[in-house]
Design a protein around this ligand. Structure first.
Ligand code: ADP
Ligand code: MG
Length: 246
């Protein structure tokens, strides 16, 4: 079945450095992230997961190849156009939360809309706030929230603009297992209830099992994929991957 892609890349290559320090981080990667689906990206450390996400999100510039986001082709866009595109079409969740400490939870969540001069869509905002479950904490600052609560705020901030894609880079990396499950459940519900497209880098099989599809990277190449993943099946594939790449 062919599903429409919310974002993707063709022959995406990213080379860092030159001479002795030359690193091929991505080597002709073809990928599509399906609309309204949850895709996980896995692979050994240094396999190019973050680079792939950053290139597709317009945070890093490919060496060659093309990247598309919604109906926009990113190749050749200037900095201002890329900044506007990221602001309007992309949501990010990072491992380190990246909330502004002087703003309340609510101000952090609505910051992307303020920057774009937009008002929250009341229905979307209500749905997100309900899913995030922080009604009594909205006027607290990040330092008054637990790690799990802060990451749920970061997730709400990523969702509030209704972006083409939410990119999450190891979003549960700094969370305990309960807070991880809450956050992953929130991402899952954003896909099921809001039709959000989510792309998440993780190294945890249990986290990848929340996705609809898992892509495996090794040495800058897509080497495998798994539909309807379970933690056990993900773990098996990862073992194979290590056998192939070591
Ligand atoms: P992953 O997220 O899978 O751990 P990365 O995408 O961060 O991998 O990195 C892929 C490769 O590119 C690694 O070898 C890494 O050292 C290299 N790399 C990443 N970012 C840079 C950079 N800014 N400068 C030089 N090398 C980089
Ligand atoms: Mg990384």
């Amino acid at each position: 079945m062919k599903t429409k892609a919310a974002a993707g890349a063709k022959a995406l290559t990213k080379i860092y450095g030159a001479g002795d320090s030359r690193v091929v981080a991505l080597d002709h990667v073809d990928v599509e992230f399906h609309t309204g689906r949850f895709t996980a990206i896995m692979g050994p450390s240094g396999s190019g997961k973050s680079t792939l996400m950053h290139c597709v999100a317009g945070l890093d510039e490919p060496t060659s190849g093309t990247v598309f986001l919604g109906d926009a082709v990113l190749t050749g866009l200037g900095d201002n156009q890329l900044t506007a595109l990221r602001r309007d079409r992309v949501g990010f969740v990072f491992q380190a939360f990246n909330l502004l400490p002087t703003l309340t939870a609510w101000e952090n969540i609505t910051l992307p809309l303020d920057l774009a001069g937009r008002r929250p869509d009341p229905e979307l905002a209500a749905t997100i706030m309900d899913a995030v479950g922080l009604a009594d904490r909205l006027h607290h600052r990040p330092s008054q929230l637990s790690g799990g609560q802060q990451q749920r705020v970061a997730c709400a901030r990523a969702l509030i603009t209704g972006p083409d894609v939410v990119f999450a880079d190891e979003p549960t990396g700094a969370l305990d297992s309960t807070a991880s499950a809450d956050l992953l459940g929130l991402l899952r519900r954003s896909v099921d209830d809001l039709g959000q497209t989510v792309v998440m880098v993780t190294h945890e099989p249990a986290a990848a099992a929340y996705a609809d599809r898992v892509l495996f990277l090794a040495d800058g190449r897509l080497v495998d994929e798994l539909a309807a993943p379970t933690a056990d099946r993900v773990l098996d594939r990862m073992k194979n991957l290590e056998r192939v790449t070591v």
